[in-house]
Write a protein that binds this ligand. Structure first.
Ligand code: PEP
Length: 256
C-alpha cells in the first residue's frame, strides 16, 4: 500500500474573533493563497462564528472545524455542543484534547478518547492533541506522557477504526504553546517518530502527525521538513493572514 499523507495546516483561533475581524482575516488569507500550491488547510473558530466562517469559506480551498466537542450526541448537557451539530455546520475537523481544555476544563485522557470517537461517529475528523508540560519535559517524561495520553485513544480507535478511518494527531508541547519557544528540530522529530511507531503498531499508518507550539512563518519551513511532521496546528500565527499563508506554503513544500 502506498502511504500518502497530504500535508495539513489547521488554525486554532482559540477564543478570538469578531464578525468583522473574521471576515477581513479570511479575505486576506484567501487573497494570499491565490495561485499557490496548497496543503490541506482548515480553520477552527469559536462556536458562535462557525456558521459565518463556513459561509465565507464555501467553495474555497479552506475547510473549517471546531475547537472542542461533547462526547454525547444529545440531551441534558447544558452548554455543550455535539458532533452531529458540528456536522450540520459543515465542519471537517474537530480539535480534541487541546492542552488548554485539559488544563482549564479538567478534560481527562479518557474523556478525550470518547470525544474522538464521537467525532468519528459523526463522520468528522478528530485532531487529537497530546503533549507534555514544562515540568514533565524537564524531568524526562515526555514519551511516557505521550504514551499515557495516546493509550485510551488507540484503545478506543481499535473498536471503531478501519482502513478508511482518518484521525490526526497533534503533538503540542504545552511549554511551547504561545511562548515563542519550540523544541529543537531533533526533539520534534524524535517525539513524532515515537508517535508514528505507536500509530503503525495500531494499524493507523495513514495518520498525519502535526506539530503545534509557536509555529511561525519564520520557522515553519524547518519544522515541516522533518520526516515525521505532516503539517502544523497553529495558534497565534493563524490570526495573521500573511503569517498563516507563509506557513501553508511551507507545508505545501512537503508535496514536491
Ligand atoms: C495552539 O494553541 O494549538 C498553538 C499551537 O498555539 P501557538 O501556535 O500560539 O503556540
Amino acid at each position: 500500500m502506498t502511504i500518502v499523507r497530504t500535508p495539513l495546516v489547521v488554525g486554532n483561533w482559540k477564543m478570538n474573533g469578531a464578525f468583522g475581524a473574521n471576515q477581513s482575516l479570511l479575505e486576506n488569507l484567501l487573497r494570499g493563497l491565490v495561485q499557490k500550491r496548497l496543503p490541506e488547510i482548515g480553520v477552527c473558530p469559536p462556536f458562535p462564528y462557525i456558521a459565518q466562517v463556513g459561509a465565507l469559506l464555501a467553495n474555497t480551498p479552506i475547510v473549517w472545524g471546531a475547537q472542542t466537542v461533547s462526547e454525547h450526541r444529545a440531551g441534558a448537557y447544558t452548554g455543550q455542543v455535539s458532533a452531529p451539530m458540528l456536522k450540520e455546520l459543515g465542519c471537517t475537523y474537530v480539535i480534541v484534547g487541546h492542552s488548554e481544555r485539559r488544563q482549564y476544563c479538567a478534560e481527562t485522557d479518557d474523556a478525550v478518547a470518547r470525544q474522538a470517537v464521537a467525532v468519528l461517529d459523526s463522520g468528522l475528523m478528530p485532531i487529537i492533541c497530546v503533549g507534555e508540560s514544562a515540568d514533565e519535559e524537564a524531568t524526562g517524561q515526555t514519551l511516557a506522557v505521550i504514551d499515557r495520553q495516546l493509550a485510551p485513544v488507540l484503545l478506543a480507535l481499535a473498536g471503531v477504526a478501519d482502513e478508511g478511518t482518518t484521525v490526526v494527531i497533534a503533538y503540542e508541547p504545552v511549554w511551547a504553546i504561545g511562548t515563542g519557544k519550540t523544541p529543537t528540530p531533533e526533539g520534534v522529530q524524535a517525539v513524532h517518530a515515537h508517535i508514528r511507531k505507536r500509530l503503525d503498531a495500531a494499524g493507523l499508518v495513514q495518520t498525519r502527525i502535526l506539530y503545534g507550539g509557536s509555529v511561525k512563518g519564520s520557522n515553519a519551513e524547518l519544522l515541516f521538513a522533518l520526516p515525521d511532521v505532516d503539517g502544523g496546528l497553529i495558534g497565534g500565527a493563524a490570526l495573521d493572514a500573511q503569517d498563516f499563508s507563509t506557513i501553508c506554503t511551507a507545508a505545501a513544500n512537503r508535496m514536491v
